[in-house]
Design a protein around this ligand. Structure first.
Ligand code: PMM
Length: 259
């Protein structure tokens, strides 16, 4: 899954692709580099980010989804607002990537149920503006807590009429987590695989990588590849990354070794 951020303030690529033409061109490059899914987002969820009004988010996302639909890849829309998701689905998206796991907008579950599209349910403790101020201690078992949360959100989705086959799950690396929590979750992915749905994992360029070696956001490719390849080996089905070509090469070599 290649990241196409149409935002002025995402932590690693904010402002680079705010123009729809530049965002579409970037998405095409990621597709050519091997992405199977392009994740188009118009609201940054980086720690401390302010919310974006729905109309502005829709204005950013819709033309980019429309421009990339028909490129031979699936499009997911990274949003927690039903109005934005509906516009993106109308423009050709087939997956809703909701970092609030259907808790952000009371209309979202019904929309996903009605459209029959894919949905990514992600774990997040708190909300983006404040989630990294003091992450919870998860009772000393972050993997168990995230597994319980995801099982609960999956049950809520099914109760709202969403088929299990539509659901993908994501531990939400960096969303209300300490660095240790992130590492424990990556190590414990097999305990989330048992939930029986495909796992999405996003570590790309995140700050916990930078804190491991002091690297800035534009110099975290090594850590992104290490975490993503290990996540794939531990059972992740989808890796959400900015650097698609480099990860594609790493995964091919890893797959040749692991058979
Ligand atoms: N991370 C970000 C945004 N959206 N969605 C999912 N499902 N999983 C993630 O880990 C995730 C996400 C933050 O990264 P960005 O600012 O580079 O988009």
């Amino acid at each position: 899954m290649g990241v196409v951020n149409v935002t002025p303030d995402s932590f690693s690529d904010g402002g680079l692709y705010l123009d729809p033409g530049a965002a579409v061109a970037h998405g095409r490059e990621l597709a050519a580099a091997g992405a199977d899914i392009l994740d188009v987002g118009g609201e940054s969820t980086r720690p401390g980010a302010d919310p974006v009004p729905a109309e502005e988010e829709r204005r950013r996302v819709e033309p980019v989804v429309a421009g990339l639909a028909g490129e031979g890849v699936e499009i997911s829309v990274d949003t927690s607002k039903a109005a934005v998701a509906a516009a993106a689905l109308d423009a050709g998206a087939t997956i809703v990537n909701d970092v609030t796991a259907l808790r952000g907008d009371p209309e979202m579950a019904a929309l996903v149920a009605e459209r029959g599209c894919g949905v990514v349910l992600m774990h997040m403790a708190g909300e983006p503006r404040t989630m990294q101020v003091s992450p919870p201690d998860y009772g000393g078992d972050v993997v168990g807590a995230v597994r319980e949360f995801l099982a609960g959100r999956m049950a809520a989705a099914v109760a709202a009429g969403i088929a299990e086959e539509q659901i993908w799950l994501d531990p939400g690396i960096g969303f209300g987590k300490t660095d240790r929590h992130n590492f424990e979750l990556l190590h414990g992915l097999p305990e989330l695989v048992i939930l029986g749905r495909p796992l999405v994992v996003g570590t790309s360029r995140k700050s916990f990588i930078g804190r491991a070696d002091g690297s800035p956001a534009d110099a975290r490719l090594g850590g992104t590849i290490a975490t993503s390849v290990l996540a794939a080996a531990a059972g992740a089905a989808v890796l959400r990354v900015h650097d698609v070509g480099e990860l594609e090469q790493a995964l091919k070599v890893a797959a040749a070794i692991l058979g």
